[in-house]
Design a protein around this ligand. Sequence first.
Ligand code: MG
Length: 434
Amino acid sequence: MSLFGSSGVRGVVNSEMTPELACRIGMAVGSGARNIVVGTDSRTSGPMMDAAVSSGLMACGCQVYSCGLVTTPTLAEAARCMDAGVMLTASHNPPEYAGIKLWNPDGMGFGVSQSDKIEKLVSSRRFKLKPWDGVGTRHVLSDMPETHAQRILRGVGKAKLKVVVDCANGPAFNVTPIVLQRMGCKVVTINSNPDGHFPGRMPEPVEENLADLRNAVISMRADMGIAHDGDADRMVAIDDKGVFLGGDQLLALFARRYGKKKVVVTVDASMAIDDYIDAKVVRTRVGDVFVSEEVKRVKADFGGEPSGTWIFPDQTYCPDGILAAARLAEMASRKKLSELRKGVPVYPTLRKSVSFKSEDKPMVLRKLKAEMTSIDSEELLTMDGFRHQFEDGWALVRASGTEPKIRLLAEARSAVRADEIMRLMSVAVRRCVK
Ligand code: MG
């Protein structure tokens, strides 16, 4: 199994993600680079990981600029004038995880070929270690949250709202409330103490983890609630009625406001977006790096995925949950979020999964390709699983990356049609697993 996934390297602390591995990744990144910025989320392993990665970088002669506790988009901002950025975060994973994600100066995460290069160096151990008088030193960069806040504020207007911000016990406390206050909002924070045990809630910003935020929005009669994941590259919201604004709805709202000509979304995004906006919708693989790459490639005005990742290329190619919060506040100051939400269509969606024996995987995938390509539809996308577009609905069939399962998703304008599409797909998938 490869070391780097679409969101960098992740693993359980001191079993998969050890200081030794972190140091070797530091040495791999440092071989051939001069200036590298390093930041951490609020996990208990942050200082350990920082020391290990920084040590590897300095061994290769790098000047290490240490931002300390920062959000991922803050780190990406700091990487603008460096050779690369190293963010020590496991994002929304449970507390026992640690992770390393690498960033380019333009805010893009390392792509597949860059990650492959690092991975080869890590396993070959052909690092460019320096002699005693060539090792790097460590400098402290303490003002990056302020620099990041100022960049966001240059791209947003005023918003006089009451907002509750749930910082997920992560690093968002040092930037999101400040940005919203300076825009003119009255801000109440919850889970704003950074704590790697995540005492307030688990770091994934899904509806079931956000009951406290919802209750706070309702009881304080706030205009909106904002929730980040553990490193604040992601953002979701609660509207003024206490209703969770999930990925597909926010995706449609942002795309309508910011997608002038072209928007990039992932293959799992709802067809609501196609119906709600006038701009051209381009679909790509699931994963924020793939969305960023496609936004850049097709020169889109906006990109996003329903997990809560929003990319505004006028400011950065890095998914920035704080910028997204600021832009949503600006939108909500013109029209209530609950009103905006009502305009976005919600269609019946069905999900299911079909298991198979893990030893059958090559055969199942071979059969799946044959089955899926023989189904007649308006359009078949194959960049990530199989997405069939029909006149009044669509389906996505993908093998899980982590379990021996095929996942099926069907959405249509009517429940009857969604059911029909799901049945068509299920029958085909069942033929593959026998
Ligand atoms: Mg994240």
